[in-house]
Design a protein around this ligand. Sequence first.
Ligand code: PLP
Length: 380
Amino acid sequence: MSLFDVYPLYDVTPVKAKDVYVYDDQGLEYLDLYGGHAVISIGHSHPEYVKALSDQLQNIGFYSNAVQNPLQNELAEKLEQVSKCKEYQLFLCSSGAEANENALKLASFHNQKHRVLAFKNSFHGRTSAAVAATDNQKIISPLNAQQQVNFVELGDLETVESILKQDETCAVILETIQGVGGLDEACLGFHKGLELLCEKYNTCLIADEVQSGFGRSGDFFAFQKYGIQPDIISMAKGMGNGFPVGGILIHPKIKASFGLLGTTFGGNHLACQAALSVLKVIQNETLMSNATEMSAYFKAKAKSVSGLKAFKGRGLMLGLEFDVPVSGLRKNLLFNQRMFTGSSKNPNLIRILPPLTIQKSHLDRFFEALQVELNHLNIN
Ligand code: PLP
């Protein structure tokens, strides 16, 4: 049987990984500045994470949500402690798209409205109900054509209000820092204004923290920089450090009832152990402070990169924008320098999404390698 061919793949086969390094089947070592789409938060195969998952597997890996699983309560408590999101309720699922799908469904149940407002260039997952990528406003899933989504320019509160006024929009969904779209972020005034508008028009504000959450921005959630309080917060990626786990945090004003949401795999024992050990390591190794510190170091080093047009992002969700497409540069970084980097919808942007354990010496190596390849390609 062949694989359904939907991904353009680099010819690298990782077989082993440790912290910020990945090793391929030829024994070659790669510096991982991408973390498999921002998934690796505490470093590949962190010993505490490996132990937590292995020990759990010895006992029980999975049983359904029909019975008590105290690990879910332990996870909820730890999450409240580390995220400082007080009194939210936790619903667990298995991916970012599923988290957003549940968030939108919940919003619609809550206020009985059916339209969704999202922002241009946003990406919220590939499912029929979750708002898919806006690719020049073309919606990727044909099923989404049936869905009532308004795409608004990021930062345009006036248009947001004109839409919310119509009293049909159940939710506004926002990535505080746009990931796949290219790292754009609106200002404090926009975030405060959006929160007020959602409140005024009885619309749920959903913060999609699938990529920016779990410490990547230097705060636990990227929206926390603006002091707002979303109604629903979706998370995944870094939450499980590679184990598929996602979830939503739900404001107490939204009430639970039996059957409202459901899942077979969400919050299984292994998933809980993965997320718990991620939280413990983030806390014990002060990885959010490390993200902030490494981000400042990266930004300072970026100043001397030749041909750089713009520096984007914050925390360890970073980007370097050039005047020319960077696909050749990224390929050279991978095959000549053995470093994984990320792309985005902006062809001129290299994205850097390393494990939160990254150190200055790794970033020094990256900037040296980058300059070599920029010189090779005459980008200056
Ligand atoms: N939301 C954001 C902001 C994302 O970046 C992604 C994935 O890239 C998703 C949702 C979808 O997550 P998943 O691929 O786990 O379904």
